[in-house]
Design a protein around this ligand. Structure first.
Ligand SMILES: NC(=O)c1ccc[n+]([C@@H]2O[C@H](COP(=O)([O-])OP(=O)(O)OC[C@H]3O[C@@H](n4cnc5c(N)ncnc54)[C@H](OP(=O)(O)O)[C@@H]3O)[C@@H](O)[C@H]2O)c1
Length: 233
């Protein structure tokens, strides 16, 4: 039995990740910061191996509280992330800090708190980046793109620092399927036109790669793109 912690566990991607680890019969701590109801509903759906936990990645003490309650941890999936769109001339310092506080510093706070548990279990970390780390988004996302670039470089540095006991990898998803991206959506059309596979990305397919990185003992310091061939298009 392994113990897995997924931050942002009730998000589109978080849910797909929780489902796959539950299917492997692992115990999954599904962390939420504001979506307690969604976490309880997910527990109803997936059963008692899913354990909802409150955790705000902006607050080290809330993370430390969770860490102190865990007896063991094998896999940490840093999936929490926030996004906004502002052209550079309208982008405030407060907004830049808000995005970095969750997407970058929050992830580093999680690692600081969970590293001792992961070192004890010889576990692994999977960080969720984005293809925006490598390629501009559709405009107004420079701050978000930079935050995901930081996740990529942090992943590689951390892998080196925590080797050989803890493996650290990242997944860089393309644009995920979501109800708001219906067939008339302009963003969706642009994405479908450029990607080699002509489609948005299914969260389940990203979760498969997260699971692979968590399980494959020969992979560390890797960033795997799951984007329906968008970057290659
Ligand atoms: N959607 C995409 O197309 C896409 C593409 C590439 C990469 N990504 C990345 O994939 C990850 C998941 O994306 P998604 O679209 O599935 O997410 P989402 O549905 O937008 O949900 C965001 C998640 O982040 C959590 N979160 C926000 N602030 C938090 C905080 N202060 N502390 C802890 N958790 C916090 C939320 O938890 P609560 O609801 O409980 O507050 C929620 O679970 C993110 O890192 C995102 O940047 C997404």
């Amino acid at each position: 039995m392994k113990y897995v912690l997924v931050s942002g566990g009730t998000s589109t991607l978080g849910k797909a990740i929780c489902k796959l680890f539950i299917a492997e019969e692992q115990t999954v701590y599904c962390a939420y910061s504001s979506s307690e109801q969604k976490a309880l509903e997910l527990q109803q759906e997936l059963g008692p191996l899913l354990k909802p936990v409150f955790l705000d990645v902006r607050d080290q003490s809330s993370i430390d509280t969770v860490a102190s309650q865990l007896t063991s941890l094998d896999v940490l999936v840093n999936n929490s992330g926030i996004f906004s769109v502002y052209p550079v001339e309208e982008l405030s310092t407060a907004e830049i800090q808000r995005i970095f506080d969750v997407n970058v510093t929050g992830l580093m706070r999680m690692v600081k708190a969970m590293a001792p548990l992961l070192q004890a279990s010889k576990g692994s970390i999977v960080n969720i980046a984005s293809i925006n780390a490598f390629h501009p988004g559709f405009g107004g996302t420079s701050h978000y793109d930079a935050s995901k670039g930081a996740v990529v470089s942090y992943t590689k540095s951390l892998a080196s620092e925590l080797a050989p006991h803890v493996r650290v990898n990242a997944v860089a998803p393309g644009l995920l399927k979501a109800p708001y991206l219906d067939e008339t959506n302009a963003l969706r059309k642009l994405y479908e036109e450029r990607s080699l596979l002509g489609s948005l990305v299914d969260a389940d397919q990203v979760a498969l790669v997260v699971q692979l990185l968590a399980n494959c003992s020969a992979m560390t310091a890797e960033v795997v793109t799951v984007d329906s061939g968008y970057l290659a298009g």
